[in-house]
Design a protein around this ligand. Sequence first.
Ligand code: PLP
Length: 394
Amino acid sequence: MKVPFLDLKTQYENISFEINKAIQDVLNNSQFVLGDSVKEFQIKFAEKHNVKHCLGVSSGTAGNHMALWALGIGPEDEVIIPANTFIATAWGVTLCGAQPVFVDCEKDSYNIDPVEVEKAITPRTKAIVAVHLYGQPANMDELLRIAKKYKIHLVEDAAQAHLAEFKGAKVGSLSEAASFSFYPGKNLGAYGEAGAVVTNDDNIAVKFRMMRDQGQSQKYYHDVYGHNYRMEGFQGAVLNVKMKYIEEWTKKRREIAERYNELLSGIDDIILPKEMNYAKHVYHLYVIQVRENDNTRRKLSQYLLDEGISTGMHYPVPIHLQNCFSYMGHKKGDFPVTESLADNCLSLPIYPEMTISQVDYVCLKIKVFFTNGNRFKSSSEKEIEELIFQKIPK
Ligand SMILES: *Cc1c(COP(=O)(O)O)cnc(C)c1O
């Protein structure tokens, strides 16, 4: 059986009729940048995340930049971000000319550790970026408390967390400003590069609008330095179609995660992801940990690949150890939780189009791997198959 890491082709085939029509509509009205499709998208996306303003932009990275820029972050400022994130969180800071300050993540949630955030605050600290990594919201109560106490800004990088919730409130609505990515592989994916910024603050929305479009307050009147961070009409059109399915797709992801949790529980060699009691996790990624110090992770991913199953690593090198930040002088050991995750993480396939038999097949192969690796007393694949299917509730 083949289990790709994600399956954009099947998703397209399922909705191709609507997508083709939406793209044809853009061709017909020729609104290729912003335009009606993007306007419609902004309204729908703001509604879904319970925020007042949403602006379609060119990428999540642009959104990371915009969220901090709109709050006045600039040179001399420090912005605290998790070491355990995708690199684009850091670009949001560097694009403002500010200095990222990395902190370790929590053992359970894999998100930024508020205790470490508080330790990292200096007189130059101007903001914290909460990343809702893998689709699970960070501990926003604690981060909000810290932001208030030290009078600094808090923004969210929600690139991986469309529709995720913290204590029942949607991500993006929990701080001053937030960014989303619609890179094709994200939970809500465009057919090219796209992103969004959201806020409840009218002044920030005005700044977003100018920054997105050449710093203009009106056509050819440039009040501030700007960028070209506009969303394309085609992307708005594709996202409008996909938005009809996002709730259903999120439910599917959660069901797959639940089945993984159930079928993979009890294997001592792996650690499963934890959904925190304050969180509704949307499982952009299902990340397990497998000890790498005896090469088990590498062997498992190769074995799964040989059996037709693709896996990933998110992320193999934490950002404080990336070459581009070597000037900061970080070394191995600075952020032990993040580093151990980098060494041991393995992302299993998870996407709404994944079938239950594909999920079961992945679990079966993982069980077979650990059994044949002499970790359990050896049994045949057939026996394991019986074992694993016994555990599945009818
Ligand atoms: C994908 C991602 C981004 C960047 O989004 P792009 O649309 O690819 O620019 C930023 N932050 C995180 C956490 C991401 O996963």
